[in-house]
Write a protein that binds this ligand. Structure first.
Ligand SMILES: N[C@@H](CCC(=O)N[C@@H](CS)C(=O)NCC(=O)O)C(=O)O
Length: 208
């Protein structure tokens, strides 16, 4: 297998964490988004959305990080990242869809305005976008905070794909300046994710 990825991408990191947790062999190939490598004709043949992560397994090509994570889990029977119980699996799916539809996008405003614009010389953060983004962030962050109150993990009593999917966006909380004040349960939960060996080993190398 080969995974096309970009180091600081949360969408990539959670796939790499799954590979590490399951002990699966996979070549990692950087697609340098800062150089526009996702727009090359070779890469567009794999993913016409020009996005990483993208997995190639023989003649099977799969994009969308949450689908990739579930596909990787299907290779290792009885692993604890997903469940054979229909309701538990639906709950894991719920959080993965919620991340893709809502929480990731809410965080994405801050990532774009406070990280990507600076890195790609696209100008100063847009104050109006950040005001709208702050409102949207709180809308969904409150849901997460409330759900985590009295729970160790998002689903059941051990970590699952749900935690890797939603948690992956908190990796950039400080750098992207999410308005995290008061979200104590969320901070406590993300700190627990940071203790997971596969999460630690999937961390992008620090740039000094
Ligand atoms: N829903 C997709 C989102 C993937 C995504 O947003 N990838 C970004 C980097 S984190 C990307 O490749 N952007 C490059 C582009 O849009 O040209 C997933 O979960 O895989």
């Amino acid at each position: 297998m080969k995974l096309y990825y970009f180091p600081i991408s949360p969408n990539s990191r959670r796939v790499i964490a799954v590979l590490h947790h399951l002990g699966l062999d996979c070549d990692l190939q950087v697609v340098d988004l800062s150089k526009g490598q996702q727009m090359t004709p070779e890469f567009l043949k794999l993913n016409p959305n020009h996005m990483i992560p993208t997995l190639v397994d023989g003649d099977f090509v799969l994009w969308e990080s949450n689908a990739i994570m579930q596909y990787l889990c299907s290779k290792v029977p009885d692993n604890s990242l997903l469940s054979t119980d229909a309701k538990v699996m639906a709950d894991i799916n719920r959080w993965q869809f919620w991340q893709a539809s809502h929480f990731g996008r809410a965080c994405g405003t801050f990532i774009f305005e406070n990280i990507i614009k600076g890195a790609l010389n696209l100008g100063e953060p847009d104050a109006q976008e950040l005001v709208k983004g702050t409102e949207n962030f709180h809308r969904f962050a409150k849901v997460l905070e409330e759900h985590l109150t009295g729970r160790e993990w998002l689903v059941g009593n051990h970590f699952t794909l749900a935690d890797f999917s939603v948690g992956s966006f908190l990796d950039l909380a400080v750098m992207a300046q999410y308005p995290m004040e008061g979200y104590v349960e969320t901070a406590r939960w993300y700190n627990a994710i940071e203790q997971i060996p596969a999460w630690q080993s999937s961390a992008p190398a620090k740039v000094s």
